[in-house]
Write a protein that binds this ligand. Structure first.
Ligand code: GDP
Length: 417
């Protein structure tokens, strides 16, 4: 059978609600653990005088990494009968939120783990909100530690109703909400007597039910230019097609320089020169005219260009311990472009718990705010509702990523031409 595409998942939720334990179980129950790991976990548990502790699987894998055996320090792989998975980044890792925001973790789907006894706490809600901001549309809610509430259906229904209402408020439709006990292995790879009243899927079935990422080549073309190469007399503009498709002969518009030119060739790495290319491909193109295109410019079709704006409103997730301040300058990163921006106005800060908003002069760490940014240079930008891939970016302070955002509004400068 053809190798199915790997699905990238993130596992989020409040600390101690059972993410690591679930990962340990998932790896074990899909026979994905390297030899000797279960014994290593048993030994780690014994030394600490504990019963077998599944969350130590992560530590056991970490120990292996520390010896430099695995190359990738942030990704954990497992496989079901249906397809391979990679868990992007490890929860509890200090850089976890930052990695999610910087898009290093561009996940296809997420598992949100909630302790059945505690219900959704503020951190659960913050993670759910972040999934929404990052455009992760497929979310399965896992109500864990059902053994601690006597596998009570009533308690499950209560927790499920609460989180469902919250997700609906922020615009996320949970694919499925399901009860498990990660510690005891109930409803992870197989159905459980203890949860006989539940007729929904196991965790593995929920994962396998996620759809592969939707093809993005039906959306308007966006090719942010990464580099310009001059191997000989030609100039090759290189970049990754974020959305849409292009073909030889297309007239491209370059924002924000407002110039057009025709595609003469498409250069693909390790392939004969193709006639067309589409979303997800990294390519080079040559043009029929010498125009001054550089890194950060965005190619589109003339009929469906990005907005060119000096002023944008963004919904921002603030990561830095130093608060965001009105009047302060930051570097705005959008695809391959960087612009110097100042914070013109903090419109409001969003209360994660009840989604109410309040006026504020600063935005603190882990807070979400609607903020107006101003750039002296023209910014080529798309509202995230139209083009999630290019409608999302980061703020930097020096080289530090201090916030992640989606663009909610951009004021187009008057039509040029
Ligand atoms: P994380 O911080 O979300 O990664 O949480 P951990 O996986 O480290 O789990 C925190 C604690 O909860 C550990 O002591 C686990 O053994 C315990 N735990 C996790 N899942 C369950 C469960 O299903 N039932 C019970 N009783 N305890 C659990």
């Amino acid at each position: 059978a053809a190798q199915r595409r790997q699905a990238r998942i993130v596992i989020v939720g409040h600390v101690d609600h059972g993410k690591s334990t679930l990962i340990g179980r998932l790896l074990n129950d899909t026979q994905s653990l390297p030899d000797g790991k279960v014994e290593a976990v048993r030994e780690m548990s014994r030394r600490r005088g504990m019963p077998f502790e599944w969350s130590f699987v992560m530590d056991a894998l970490q120990a292996e990494r520390d010896q430099g055996i695995t190359i990738d320090t942030t990704q954990i792989h497992f496989k079901t009968a249906r397809r391979p998975y990679v868990i992007i980044d490890a929860p509890g890792h200090t850089e976890f939120l930052k990695n999610m925001v910087t898009g290093a973790a561009n996940a296809d789907a997420a598992l949100l783990v909630i302790d059945a006894g505690e219900g959704a706490l503020e951190q659960s809600r913050r993670h759910a909100y972040l999934l929404h901001l990052l455009g992760v549309k497929q979310v399965a809610v896992i109500v864990n530690k059902m053994d601690m509430v006597d596998f009570s259906r009533e308690r499950f229904d209560q927790v499920a109703a609460e989180i469902k209402a919250y997700l609906a408020d922020i615009g996320v439709a949970p694919g499925v909400i399901l009860p498990i006990s990660a510690r005891h292995g109930d409803n992870i790879a197989s159905r459980s007597e203890n949860l006989a009243w539940f007729d929904g899927p196991t965790v593995i079935e929920a994962l396998d039910g996620f759809l592969p990422a939707a093809p993005e080549d039906e959306l308007p073309l966006r090719l942010p230019i990464q580099d310009v190469y001059k191997p000989d007399e030609r100039r090759i503009l290189a970049g990754r097609i974020e959305t849409g498709r292009l073909r030889v002969g297309d007239t491209l518009h370059f924002s924000p320089i407002n110039k057009t030119a025709k595609v003469v060739t498409i250069e693909a790495w390790n392939a004969a020169t193709p006639i067309t290319a589409s979303a997800g491909q990294s390519i080079g193109i040559t043009l029929d005219q010498r125009i001054f295109v550089e890194r950060g410019h965005v190619a589109s079709l003339a009929s469906e260009r990005p907005i060119e704006a000096h002023r944008l409103t963004v919904r921002l997730f603030w990561l830095a311990s130093q608060p965001l301040q009105t009047g302060k300058a930051y570097t705005l990163k959008l695809a391959t472009a960087e612009h110097r921006v100042t914070v013109e106005r903090i419109v409001e800060v969003v209360n994660i718990d009840d989604l109410s908003v309040r006026a504020a002069d600063t935005v603190g760490r882990n807070e979400i705010a609607n903020v107006v940014l101003h750039s002296r240079s023209l910014v080529a930008v798309d509202p995230a509702v139209d083009l999630p891939r290019t409608g999302r970016g980061q703020l930097l302070d020096g080289h530090d990523v201090v916030g992640g955002f989606i663009v909610t509004q951009a004021d187009a400068v008057a039509e040029r031409n």
